[in-house]
Write a protein that binds this ligand. Structure first.
Ligand code: NDP
Ligand code: BG6
Length: 519
């Protein structure tokens, strides 16, 4: 059973009678949770949401009384939904285990209702079915909106007016995109707030559910050796890197709608949310407590302290076709659905600054791109030189080589490593750079949960820490909107880079201006 106290280095072993305590115990028999996946016929639902719910069920993290409903316009019976879901369920948690029995039990708790997203009547029918399953218990309801953004508001209106819980909580998980600039995002926020309180809205940024992003605060605040160094005094620069080695054709079978991508581009798709969220968590002051509101208060302060991004701080790129080893890889605009003259960036690099006492002058360099040479997401922290370093001569004039670097590799091959200078064993005095390396796969045998598992569990438990509050969202858009508008109004042409390359050379010049080399 899951034990939220953790099972890593710092795990605490509780006496048996205290284990497996969840927040559902108080009203164990009296309450129930119904999870409705709105847009259940879609890609995200099939590939991520249902498998994550199964993983939670497998780990006994869901309450005793729970029901899962799929809701979409497609006509499907319960059996057809189960059949559809079963094709994407795996025994991910323990590959050796035979989880057929658990799968069958899980599938028996899944039902389907077909309806329009803007029909109160159809949601009222859903409400009736939910009530039958709730059997008079306190009803808690979670709606996961896995649908295109243009129908978010209609679905929220109908769900809240016709299918809210009468005696328990009602929560709604919303998927990005949360608008495409400050204005449209504010309009969406206002529209949602007509029907929901802020604490009912769970805006997902799935990067916040990734294990190493979650660990960022643990690393910093529970180790004496990091927090005192976490400032301009010791840190020279921070890099936030996202790179995919495939183009907009998608990942692991998850279809990335090109209509969506061409309208949004990489800055909105990755930087304004995933990378900026990591930056805020990285740079925030110590929160008063681990409470979600305390953490989100600190993140907002960081975002509000950031210097407005200027056009000269940004480099954009777009991948073009490339042939390597006899295989030819298509360019972004080779896709039939993308306009031939599209200027949408598939790559961007930016230098950002936080104008507060802790980070004054420290460049935070972001880089995000598709169709690059590697797939990775990393935070790289470069420390300053050791003042008056006795061993500088070992590095000649290249003092860059002598600085420490802390790397938090979010994915793949999750790891945390610290580059140090070390004496090469032997009679002479030669130094080299070595890594103190915590490779997760070598240290922990347990599978790392998928981000959606953690986020769904948190939403069920009412834990808001990893979801985006509306003021955070507004600050994030305020930072990027002016530069996004300028790029579009001035029709800035992206620098073209070959599929599978390291991206535009402009990104290297941008980093060099701040005395940084990309890691
Ligand atoms: P889909 O495009 O597959 O849409 C989900 C379902 O919504 C479809 O099965 C369809 O169901 C219904 N639908 C689709 N288009 C329309 C339409 N124009 N009008 C009404 N209903 C429609 O989306 P995904 O599953 O790929 O993604 C779901 C959400 O997640 C979207 O908001 C998307 O923007 C967001 N997203 C998530 C990403 C992630 O990785 N987390 C990445 C990018 C986006 P039916 O026809 O049966 O009603
Ligand atoms: C999504 C983006 O939010 O994140 C996609 O829309 C991107 O473009 C994806 O591919 C990356 O997520 P992950 O978890 O596969 O790194």
């Amino acid at each position: 059973p899951s034990n939220k106290l953790g099972d890593g280095l710092l795990s605490i072993t509780l006496p048996e009678e205290f284990e497996d305590t969840t927040s559902f115990d108080i009203n164990k028999d009296k309450s129930t949770v119904s999870i409705t996946v709105v847009g259940a016929s879609g890609d995200l639902a099939k590939k991520k949401i249902f498998p994550a719910l199964f993983a939670l069920y497998y780990e006994d993290c869901l309450p005793e009384h729970f029901t899962i409903f799929g809701y979409a316009r497609s006509k499907m019976t319960d059996a057809e939904l189960r059949n559809m879901i079963s094709r994407t369920l795996t025994c991910r948690i323990d590959k050796r285990a035979n989880c057929d029995e658990k799968m069958d039990q899980f599938l028996n708790r899944c039902f389907y209702h077909s309806g329009q997203y803007d029909s109160q009547n159809n949601f009222a029918e859903l409400d009736k079915k939910l009530k039958e399953h709730e059997g008079g218990r306190i009803s808690n309801r979670l709606f996961y909106l896995s649908i295109p953004p243009n129908i978010f508001t209609a679905a929220v209106r109908c769900a809240s007016l016709s299918a809210s819980s009468a005696n328990g909580w009602t929560r709604v998980i919303v998927e990005k995109p949360f608008g495409r600039d400050s204005e449209s995002s504010a309009a969406l926020t206002n529209a949602l707030k007509q029907y929901l309180e802020e604490d009912q809205i769970f805006r997902i940024d799935h990067y916040l559910g990734k294990e190493l992003v979650e660990n960022l605060s643990v690393l910093r605040f529970s180790n004496l050796i990091f927090e005192p160094l976490w400032s301009r005094q010791y840190i020279r620069s921070v890099q936030l890197i996202f790179s995919e080695d495939f183009g907009t054709e998608g990942r692991e079978g998850i279809f990335l709608s090109l209509k969506y991508f061409d309208n949004y581009g990489i800055i909105r798709d990755i930087m304004q949310n995933h990378l900026l969220q990591i930056l805020a968590l990285f740079a925030m002051e110590t929160p008063v407590s681990l409470d979600g509101e305390d953490i989100r208060n600190e993140k907002v302060k960081v975002l509000r302290s950031m210097r407005p991004l200027q056009l000269e701080d940004v480099v954009i790129g777009q991948y073009k076709s490339h042939t390597k080893g006899g295989v030819s890889y298509p360019g972004y605009t080779d896709d039939k659905t993308v306009p031939k003259d599209s200027l949408t960036p598939t790559f961007a690099a930016a230098s950002l600054f936080i104008d507060n006492a802790r980070w004054d002058g420290v460049p935070f360099l972001m880089k995000a791109g598709k169709a690059l040479h590697t797939k990775r997401a990393e935070i790289r922290v470069q420390f300053r030189h050791v003042p008056g370093n006795l061993y500088n001569r070992n590095f000649g004039t290249d003092l860059d080589q002598a600085t420490n670097e802390l790397v938090i590799r979010v994915q793949p091959d999750e790891a945390i490593y610290l580059t140090i200078n070390n004496k090469v064993p032997g009679l002479g005095m030669r130094l080299d750079r070595s890594n103190l390396n915590l490779l997760y796969a070598a240290r922990y045998s347990k599978e790392i949960p998928d981000a959606y598992e953690r986020l769904l569990l948190d939403a069920v438990e009412g834990e808001r820490r990893l979801f985006i509050r509306s003021d955070e969202l507004a600050s994030a858009w305020a930072l990027f909107t002016p530069v996004l508008k300028e790029l579009e109004e001035k029709k800035i042409i992206p620098e073209y880079y070959p599929y599978g390359s390291r991206g535009p050379v402009g990104a290297y010049y941008l980093a060099a201006r701040h005395n940084v080399r990309w890691g």
